[in-house]
Ligand binder design. Sequence first.
Ligand SMILES: Nc1nc2c(ncn2[C@@H]2O[C@H](COP(=O)(O)OP(=O)(O)OP(=O)(O)O)[C@@H](O)[C@H]2O)c(=O)[nH]1
Ligand SMILES: [Mg+2]
Length: 503
Amino acid sequence: CYVVRRVTLVPGSCRYGGHVVSFLGPERLYALGLRTLWRGTPSRKSWSTGGWDGGNYGDSDEEDEDLEELLVSPTPALHGAQKIFIVHPNVKWGAKKPHDTTAELLVAEAVTLVHSIPNWIVVDKLIMSTKSPDQKYIFGKGNFQTLTEKIKGLPQITAVFVNVERLSALSENELEAAWGVKVFDRYTVVLKIFQYNARTKEAKLQIALAELPLLRSRIRNEMAHLDQQGGGSRYVMGSGETLMEIQQRLLKERELKLRRALQILRMKRKLFRTQRKRREIPIISVMGYTNCGKTTLIKALTGDASLQPRNQLFATLDVTAHGGLLPCRMPVIYVDTIGFLSQLPHNLIESFSATLEDVIHSDLFIHVRDISHPEVINQKKTVLNVLSNLNVPQKLLDTMIEVHNKIDLVDNTHETKDAAVSVSALHGSGLEDLKQCIETGLMETTGRIITTIRINLESVELSWLYKEASVQEVKVLPEDGAADVLVIITNAAYGKYKKLFCK
Ligand SMILES: Nc1nc2c(ncn2[C@@H]2O[C@H](COP(=O)(O)OP(=O)(O)OP(=O)(O)O)[C@@H](O)[C@H]2O)c(=O)[nH]1
Ligand SMILES: [Mg+2]
C-alpha cells in the first residue's frame, strides 16, 4: 500500500478505505516515476548498444539513470516457465470471419508464438466456435462451459492463451476468475517476445511504450473493482486526487518521458542518416514476414558473422545496418528490420514505426518471402498492408525486389507468377542473381549508371572522375596515352562530365 504524501511505501496489498487493495509493487511504482516516493534503488542494468543508431540516449549519468528507471517494467513479470493451453475462437460467419486462412493455420502460428519464448510450452490447444468473440466470455454459454471443464481438467497448465488480438480488461479478469490461471491475448504474448528479444535502448523504449495500454486497462480494471467496494474514487490523504487520478497521471508522465527519450534517439538517427546520405552509400532495406529469413539473407549477402538468425518469431527487433559489396564493387548498406505479423496489435506497430521510419529513406526495398510456408500468400498481403500504412513512397514499392527464400524446402516444380528471385539464403543458392538484380534496381532508383569512359591521361579527367564518381577500374592503353575507366556515376555527374570534357 502506498501513502502518497511524504510517505513510506510498502509493497503488496494494503488497506485502503477499509478495503484490501492490491496495487502496483514498488518496482512498478518506481518505473512509473515515483522515485521520490520509493526510496529503494533498483539494480543497475547494462544496456546493449549498437544497432542502427549506435548512439546513446544518456550522454550524462543523470539521463542514463532516468532511462534505467523508465525501462523497469511496471507489469508483473511473466518470467519463468509457462505451460500454456491455447484456445482459438473460431468465427465461422459474418464480418469477423477471417479470410484466406484457416483456424488450424492461425493456431499453428499461435503455437510458434508461444514457443518463441524460452521455457514456454504448449500443453494442449483447442479450436472453439463463437459467433461474437467480443462478448465478455468470448464464447456462448455452452461452449464456454465445455471449455472451462477442459481447462479445469488440465491442472498442470499455468496460463490460457486466447488467440485474439486484444482482450478487454474486463474479459481478461472474468476469464482468469473462471479458469483460475493467467489469461493472455496475442498482444501480451507478442509483447513478451519483444521484451525477451530487445537489445538496443530504442527497442526497449518502444516496448515500454507499447506496454502502456496494458497498464491502463489493468488500472481501470483494478479501480472498477475497488469502486465496487466503494473505495476507488476517494481522495488520497489530502492530495486532492483520487487513487485512479494519481495512477493515470503517473502513467501519463511515464508516457511523456518515454516519448521524449525516443525523440532524442530519433534526432540522433536523423543525424546519422544525413551523414550516410552525404557519403552516398545506397541503403537497401530488407523487409518481410517474421521468420522468413531476412537476417539469414543479409548474413549470406554480407558475410557478417555477427548476425544470428534464429528459428523464432521476432528474433530481430532492432533495425541494424550491415555493409556489403555489389558485383560492380559498389559498397551498399543492408538494413535488417523487424518482421511483420498478421493481426499484430496496432499499438505495437505504432511504437515500432519510429524505427521503421529510417526504412522509408532507403534507396531500395527487398521483400523476402518464405516460399515454403503454408500461409505464404497471406503473409505477402500482411507485409504489403503494413508497408502501405507506413506511408512508404510509391517509388520504393514499385521498385521493390521480391525474393522467394527457402527454395530448398519446396520441390523443384515451384512456379510463380510473381516476378521474383528465388534463393536459399541458408544454402547460398541464387545469391549471385539476386546481387545482380539489386545492382540493376539500385542503378535505376538512385539514377546511376555503370559505364566505361575513355579518358586522356594528360587531362584532369581521371582526378575529376575520382572526385565525382565511383571509379571501379582503370585500364591504361599506353600506346594512346589513354585509359578505359569503369565508373559508377550518377546521371547528373555524367552530364557534367560530358559538358566539361566531350567537346
Ligand atoms: N531451410 C532453410 N531455412 C532457412 C532459410 N533461410 C532462413 N532459414 C531459417 O529460417 C529461420 C529464420 O531465419 P531468420 O533469418 O532469423 O528469419 P528472420 O526473417 O530474420 O526472422 P525474424 O527476425 O524473427 O523476423 C532460421 O532457422 C533460419 O535458419 C533457407 O533458405 N532455407
Ligand atoms: Mg531477423
